[in-house]
Ligand binder design. Structure first.
Ligand code: ADA
Length: 554
């Protein structure tokens, strides 16, 4: 499954994953052996490679001719792509998609090889040993499309409401892959309205963006209760013939900041969410569609209205599910807990900014995404860190003026970046990492933000709060790591945050227990992060009913 809906009727598209590919590890005792594995997948799902850190080659064959476009929705974490033995692309980062066009294929059978590498090195500034797992493999779908010389790369729809009337700014990006200019008509249709660009020229080998504003009479808004979705279809017409098409989906909704509130279509938001890693004991980060959907059912059963994609862009199939079910999403670029030293890695800025570009370009139309986050708990207490935060928040705003931005800080009374984001967000762990009562700790922090920082008067959110609880563990004195202590603590934490009038919401850390890097075993029983409200198999802990009760009360 590629998306929650069909993105083409004219352009021929097929998923190359969703079947068995050959897999061969490049290092270790099994190097060179070939195994048949289901894809998308992480090699950690295979008993022989449950803790393999190295390179692995996935290969398959396909029949095609002419110009093709290959899209890789996610390869973890560094990919090199070979077509018929020739390197045609490479990409860093497991959590964003990339594509490549190959022109003029001979008709017949072709071989595609994806070399995935999940090793840590100086060249990997974001995938580092961490409190989550960097898996290895072809973790999201691979798609093959047959295209003409020019094709529609993306469509962005920015809905806006003017005096009760919905409008939308439409932007269409077209790439001309051939060595001569192309003249084409463009038609875009949505909600029974059409716009046309006649006889436009796209210069040889370039991309061009065409935009226009559309007005609508009677469309329904996207809300959490009624998440109405609309399709937009664009086509290229050359010499009277449709040569390409692209269908995307969006919702009529507006996100605005008003004082200390975040508004969805004019309504103040009160976020009741959980942070969720893409992690599963059987599938690694390559959760199948049904597993993603089952996770969202738990969110809804808990009474949650939002997911924070900790700490990286998510599979767009999951975002499609959030769009369809009215679950709001805080999506963020890929970073967790990078020190100033980590941020001074020569590859850091380019890699972090690339994730922002790829994330916003690919996920722009998802109505469920209401905010973009960056750099979770990185060095926002340092001058150098501030220059990085400033550049990346400016990049977010350059790519998308329709959504607020933020970053989750853990720098207690030392953060120097709150003049930069639209929303001030903090990760706090009262009664876990320290024993200050939650209400006291929150108020002390909030007053400091108001009185000592440039974050005064901005919306304020708690983006992480929680405690550890080992599934099935109890003792006579309800110590830390018992389910009992976790439940009691979350009760106190959530009541303190949700009753704090100037707090726009909360994300619990975290949805489920997750696998972490071996290097993080100290302080992490089972070499897992055990702060899930459910364990890794989604078995509810005592905290589950506490969260459900409290989310139902606020
Ligand atoms: C941080 C971090 C999370 C997780 C959490 C914890 O807030 O953002 O990824 O590591 O701490 O479990 O302590």
């Amino acid at each position: 499954m590629i998306r929650g809906f069909k993105t083409h009727e004219t352009r021929k598209q097929r998923e190359l994953t969703g079947c068995l590919w050959d897999f061969s590890p490049c290092q270790g005792t099994n190097a060179g052996n070939i195994y048949k594995v289901a894809t998308p997948c992480c090699w950690e799902s295979h008993p022989l490679f449950a803790s393999y850190r190295g390179e692995g080659e996935y290969s398959t064959t396909f029949n095609a001719s002419g110009n093709i476009r290959l899209e890789f929705k996610g390869v973890s974490h560094t990919a090199t792509i070979y077509l018929d033995g020739k390197e045609i692309a490479s990409h860093y980062n497991a959590y964003t998609s990339f594509d490549v066009v190959a022109r003029g294929l001979q008709d017949g059978l072709h071989k595609l090889v994806i070399k995935a590498d999940n090793r840590f090195s100086e060249k990997s500034a974001l995938h580092i040993p961490n409190d989550y797992m960097s898996y290895g493999g072809v973790s999201r779908p691979v798609v093959l499309e047959e295209i003409h010389d020019a094709y529609i790369k993306w469509i962005h729809v920015t809905p806006l409401c003017n005096n009760g009337k919905w409008q939308a700014e439409i932007e269409i990006c077209i790439e001309n892959t051939c060595s001569s200019d192309i003249v084409t008509d463009i038609q875009a249709e949505t909600a029974d309205k059409m716009i046309i660009w006649d006889n436009v020229t796209i210069k040889a080998g370039t991309k061009a963006i065409f935009n226009n504003i559309m007005e609508f009479d009677n469309v329904l808004p996207w809300t959490m209760d009624l998440p109405e979705l609309y399709y937009i279809k664009a086509v290229l017409i050359q010499d009277g013939k449709i040569t390409d098409d692209y269908i995307d989906r969006f919702g009529f909704r507006e996100i605005k900041i008003q004082g200390k509130s975040i508004l969805l279509n004019g309504e103040k938001l009160k976020i009741k969410g959980l942070c969720r890693h893409e992690d599963h004991p059987q599938f690694g980060c390559a959760l199948p569609y049904a597993a993603m959907a089952a996770d969202l059912e738990i969110f809804k059963h808990l009474g949650a209205n939002s997911v924070r994609t900790a700490h990286y862009p998510n599979n767009e199939l999951f975002l499609d599910l959030c769009d369809e079910q009215g679950i709001l999403v805080w999506e963020e670029n890929h970073a967790r807990g990078l020190s100033e030293e980590n941020m001074r890695n020569p590859y850091f800025e380019q890699q972090a900014e690339q994730v922002i570009e790829e994330m916003i370009t690919a996920h722009y139309n998802h109505p469920s995404i209401y905010i973009w986050g960056i750099l979770n708990e990185c060095a926002s207490e340092t001058e150098y860190g501030r220059t990085c935060y400033e550049k990346q928040l400016e990049l977010v705003k350059k790519l998308d003026q329709s959504r607020p931005h933020s970053f989750a800080s853990c720098k207690f009374k030392t953060d120097i970046c709150f003049g930069l984001p639209d929303v001030v967000s903090y990760n706090i762990y009262p009664l876990w990492y320290h024993d200050t009562p939650p209400g006291e700790y929150l108020d002390d922090l909030y007053q400091w933000v108001q009185n000592e920082t440039d974050g005064a008067g901005k919306p304020f959110m708690v983006t992480e709060i929680g405690a550890g609880g080992l599934y099935g563990y109890h003792n006579a004195y309800n110590s830390k790591w018992t389910e009992d202590y976790q439940a009691e603590t979350l009760d106190k934490q959530l009541r303190a945050v949700l009753s704090y009038k100037d707090c726009t919401g909360v994300y619990i850390w975290q949805f489920c227990d997750i696998r972490i890097s071996e290097e993080w075993f100290g302080g992490r029983p089972r070499t897992m992060n055990n702060k899930g409200v459910v364990d890794e198999f989604r078995r509810p802990k005592m905290a589950y009913n506490v969260v459900k009760k409290i989310f139902g009360e606020y």
